[in-house]
Every structure is written in C-alpha cells, then in structure tokens.
Write a protein that binds this ligand. Sequence first.
Ligand SMILES: *Cc1c(COP(=O)(O)O)cnc(C)c1O
Length: 397
Amino acid sequence: MSFQNPVFIPGPTNMPEAIRKACDMPTIDHRSPLFGQILRPARSGVQQVIKSTDAEVFIFPSTGTGGWETALTNTLSAGDTVLAARNGMFSHRWIDMCERHGLNVEIVETPWGHGIPADRYADILAADKTHQIKAVLATHNETATGVTSDIAAIRRAMDAARHPAMLFVDGVSSIGSMDFRFDAWGVDVAVTGSQKGFMLPAGLAIVGFSPKAMEARSTATLPRTFFDVTDMGKGYAANAYPYTPAVGLLNGLALATETLLSEGLDNVFARHHRIATGVRAAVGAWGLKLCAATPNVYSDTVSAIMTPEGFNATDVVTLAAEKYGVAFGTGLGAVAGKLFRIGHLGSMTDVMALSGIATAEMCMVDLGMDITLGSGVAAAQDYYRGNGSTKSMMDAA
Ligand SMILES: *Cc1c(COP(=O)(O)O)cnc(C)c1O
C-alpha cells in the first residue's frame, strides 16, 4: 500500500506534516490549566478564520454532520418550519436530518449543478408574513456538484423581506479555503468539520453561534445532550469540556488556524482560486463540462467533472485508485456514474494539482475516452505559469 500520493477527494484533505504532528500528543490531564492553552487559541483561531468578532465557537468530538445537529437542536423546536434548497447530496442530507427531527422543511428543489436561488428564497420569505420560517438553511459549497452559492445574496433576500429567521450555513467544504464572512453576511450558525479546510483528520464538529442563535436556546425544545452548547459553554468557562475532549485534534486545530492566518486568508483564498482555475482550464482542454452550470457558481474547492455519454465516471475513480494509487471523488446520489470529482481544498499547491490532473487524464485515456494525453496538463501549466504561484502556503508552513 502506498501513502505517497496526495488525495484529490474533497475531504478528508491532505495534511501538512507539522499539523499532523501537532495532533500527536502525549496524554495530558484535560482538567488541568494546560488544556486551556490548547482550547483558547483553537477557538479564537476559528473565530478569526470565519471572520467574526462575537461568534461563540464550539468544538465537539464529532464531524460536520454533528455540527448540523448542533445547529438545529440548540435553536429549534419540533414543528418549526425551516427553508432549504436541495441542489446536491449534502443539502439533501441536511434536509433529511431536519425531517428526522420533526421540523417542517419548505424545500426549494433546485437542479443539481445550480446554486441556491436567492430570488426564490426572497419570494418565499416575503410571502411568510406571519414569520413561520424560523431558520433559513444554506449549503455554501455543495461538495457533491462543485457549486458555490452566494450567501450574501441570501442575507440580502432575508433583509429585503425584513424576515427575522436565523441563517444557518453549512461551510464544511468552504471554511478555511474560500471566503466566509460570518459577521458581514449575518450568519447565525456556521458549521464545519476538521477534515476539510482545516487539513486535519476527521473528528471535530466546529460551529459558530451568533448572539441571536445563542438566544434561541431559551425557546428551543428539541432534545439535546451531547451537542448542548450550553453545557459546552459552561465547560469552556472553566477551560474544560462537559466530557473528554479530543485534545490532540484541538492542538492540531490551533496550529491549523495559525497556519491559515499566517499565510493570510486572502492568500489562502487566492491560492484556491488559482488552483481551481487551472483545473477548470484542464477540463476545458479535455472538451468536458463541469456539473456546475455557470461560471458564477464554480467552486474553488472541488470540481465535479461530467464524463461523456457511454462512460461510467466511477470507472475513472476506480482505475485511478487501482492503477495509480490516487484518490478522486465519485458522483453521489443523482449524479452517481455521471461525474467524478477532483477535490482541491486544504493543503494543495499548483504542482500537486498538476499531478491530479495528469492522473485523471491518464485514466480517461486508458478508458478509451477521446482525450489527448497531456492536453489538460498543458492547459493548467499554461495558466499556473502566468498567474503567480502557491508559494504562500510553503512560506506559512
Ligand atoms: C463533508 C461535508 C459534510 C459532512 O461532513 P462530515 O464531516 O462527513 O460529517 C457536510 N456538508 C458538506 C458541504 C460537506 O462537504
């Protein structure tokens, strides 16, 4: 088995050596003051990465999915209505979780490959005169389709309707890799996990709560125990947890946020944009199309690439793993077999991306697709040569 190749799945992402080592710690007493020295920078680092001054950051031993559950159960009651668009597998799963919690979900069915239709949200919110909708859900980056939605536009739609609903944003595959503005967008709960933009192993659910979301606890009656942010907050007040924290991962998170901030968030976002643009240049050179319908929704963290009629996109992923030892993402749900995904978030450079592009190209030629070997690599090289570099990441690491 080889672990030498970078992975190109949209999470878990590649881990920088220093961040991986930071997770490898001797046992400490998590009720000692030493723990506070790990917890405090991890929480304040996350707050800075999501661009907030007053979000309460809570970190659970869990994954992004546990972050969704934290958002819902601490703020809502069974029978409450929430508004959500379904435009891919992750938004679908979030809706499914809402329904299992007895929430009434007003679903805006959206073609996969399209972003959240803010204008539809605007109409629905304006029509909701009695304010039945308690929360508006938005998946910032739909990892299944490589589609980024405009969260600022959703906030504008809410404000235009003078609607008091809370805004919950799944930022699992955007936070730490793409611009995310908790305060400026008026986000009430932001959700992510450790294994994507933060370049850590899976194991942490990371959430930010606005003062308004914190207030909603007093009326929210959905059952919550493990994910109760009130219990967690009491723990934090004593530099502790209500149970046993994942100390190594928290230490890794403290370093991950420090690394992102020292690269500079703007540099991090520019690096992801540049890498993604090179991948898209390759896709164009192959004569293929993205699942993302229009350039304004192209994701800078994952590209979902449609394979031609008559080919099973999953074969590209299988062959890459078996023959070249490289991992790509398969199509999920409604797009299974129709696309494969190149994840390019987290710890990624131009040169790493080139190896992924080269591998995908070899696999597609192996499978008999009408693609010229080297065409995608050359298109990406051409773009990378002329558009700065990803050296910011190496300097920060
Ligand atoms: C990965 C992902 C999730 C699920 O996160 P887990 O950590 O696997 O629970 C949710 N939403 C989006 C957009 C994701 O990319």
